[in-house]
Design a protein around this ligand. Structure first.
Ligand code: IFM
Length: 477
């Protein structure tokens, strides 16, 4: 068996002494309180209120009511024994029109949250953008417009001014691939637009916004601040070793990964990506000097991983919606019409995503080789299952424990092989609003009864608490 995925190594696996154990959430998925204290709509409010967009017509209006229940949620984190909590700031809560002055009430919410975390010995880790663009900015053109990148840097500066004395670790964007390609390409995410050229423009302006925001943060934050970006790097495998399948994998790797890592970490867009998408756009939206603005030194790269991607060359008409990112008649992969997506064999989660920790191991080794010297954090990893409370009130999720055990074994093996992984954030603290799937998918290690908002730590939470307390991977059962 592949040592990366061996479920029961003979000796218990011990993580490095300062390894950071955390858990993660995002504002729109948990906060609710969408019209309180001056918050304005984000693109996700508009999208979720548009009939037919989100399963069951679910919205984030109430979500898990974290805006009011955050003290209880911090207690839950204490119970998990985590040393860090990764949350995102809601842009329309702290800068309601997406430009101009900040909302003091909005910032106060995050100040109180950060203070209460610090008082419990939990490090606040802030993500500035987890997909909730103020609707005002979408009305002005959204991410395909260059000005949105400038607005993002301004917003980053406001948050840094407010939280810079409390927060040490900052992330500009979460998974810009989803914002650009699901938001403006396939339309299965807000704002639901479907133009492949706009998707590529959005990707560039997200990159530019990242670079400008890093510069704004550096200007304001103390020297010891750690600045990062979180990418959902796809581990892309060709179905066969044929030249055509390998070329399909290269093409998807370009659009999923290198269109971001190229400029952010290397200072240039990959030539093959520009060539592959030439029929879609001439890339004239990239101005002279942009790649240099995007290429800012980073202290950490955040990696989100759930499942690998398996592709082959395909000669027939374009196949869309079979890549695990939601059904649509429009592709999130501009210029890749001749790529087919396949299910990797094996067990799957409730999302239909194959459980394959070897993908995480291989991905981490690739990042180790491609970007030597860059410390890594697993900023998201986890799984959805159809959890429910039993007659005794307990929620048992052995499948999630097995998933986490397998992936953490892979992380440990990658560290032993020289990947500089500094921490791991379990996605997610709570069951929450899973975007286009609404509340139908439960990713939490804490169960939420949405009718009462009662929280129940699942058995995986008890298992994770054992791990965070002594840094040794507990057995699966
Ligand atoms: O819930 C999402 C999260 O917001 C971003 N990364 C993937 C998770 C699971 O789909």
């Amino acid at each position: 068996m592949d040592p990366a995925v061996s479920p029961d190594a003979a000796a218990p696996l011990r993580f490095p002494p300062h390894f950071l154990w955390g858990t993660a959430t995002a504002a729109y998925q948990i906060e609710g309180a969408v019209d309180e204290d001056g918050r304005t709509p984000s693109i996700w409010d508009t999208y979720s209120h548009t009939p037919g967009r989100v399963r069951n017509g679910d919205t984030g209006d109430i979500a898990t009511d974290h805006y009011h229940r955050w003290p209880e949620d911090i207690e839950l984190m204490s119970g998990l024994g985590v040393g860090a909590y990764r949350f995102s700031v809601s842009w329309p809560r702290v800068q309601p029109t997406g430009r101009g002055p900040a909302s003091a009430k909005g910032l106060d919410f995050y100040r109180r949250l950060a203070d209460a975390l610090l008082a419990k010995g939990i490090e606040p880790v802030v993500t500035l953008y987890h997909w909730d663009l103020p609707q005002h900015l979408e009305d002005a053109g959204g991410w395909p417009e260059r000005d949105t990148a400038l607005r993002f840097a301004e917003y980053a500066g406001l948050v840094a001014d407010a939280l810079g004395d409390r927060v040490k670790t900052w992330t500009t964007l979460n998974e810009p691939w989803c914002s650009a390609f699901l938001g403006y390409g396939s339309g299965v995410h807000a704002p639901g637009r479907t133009d492949p050229a706009d998707a590529l423009r959005a990707a560039h302006h997200l990159n530019l916004g990242h670079g400008l925001a890093v510069a704004a943060l550096r200007e304001r934050l103390p020297e010891d601040a750690r600045i990062s970006v979180t990418l959902n790097l796809h581990h892309v495998r060709p179905l066969t070793d044929s030249a055509a399948d390998r070329d399909a994998a290269r093409r998807i790797d370009g659009l999923a990964n290198r269109v971001f890592t190229g400029p952010m970490l290397g200072g240039a867009y990959p030539a093959d990506v520009i060539e592959d998408t030439a029929s879609v756009t001439d890339w004239s939206f990239v101005h002279d000097g942009d790649p240099a603005l995007i290429h800012q030194p980073l202290d950490i790269l955040g990696v989100n991983y759930y499942s690998p991607t398996l592709v082959s060359h395909h000669d027939g008409p374009p196949l869309h919606g079979a890549d695990g990112h939601g059904a649509s008649d429009h592709t999130p992969w501009p210029g890749a019409d001749h790529v087919a997506f396949h299910q990797t064999p094996g067990e799957r989660t409730a999302m239909g995503w194959t459980i394959d920790p070897s993908g995480l191991y291989e991905l981490l080794l690739r990042v180790r080789d491609d970007h030597p010297g860059l410390p890594l954090m697993i900023t998201e990893n986890g799984s959805a299952f159809d959890d429910y409370a039993g007659p005794d009130g307990a929620v048992r999720d052995p499948e999630r424990v097995a998933y986490l055990h397998g992936h953490l074994t892979a992380v440990h093996r990658a560290i032993e092989a020289g990947a500089d992984v500094r921490g791991y954030f379990l996605w997610s603290l709570l069951d929450n609003f899973e975007w286009g799937y609404g509340y139908s998918k439960r990713f939490g290690t804490v169960y939420v009864d949405y009718a009462t908002q009662r929280r129940i730590p699942k058995s995986s939470a008890h298992w994770y608490a054992k791990l965070t307390r002594n840094g040794t991977l507990p057995p699966r059962d």
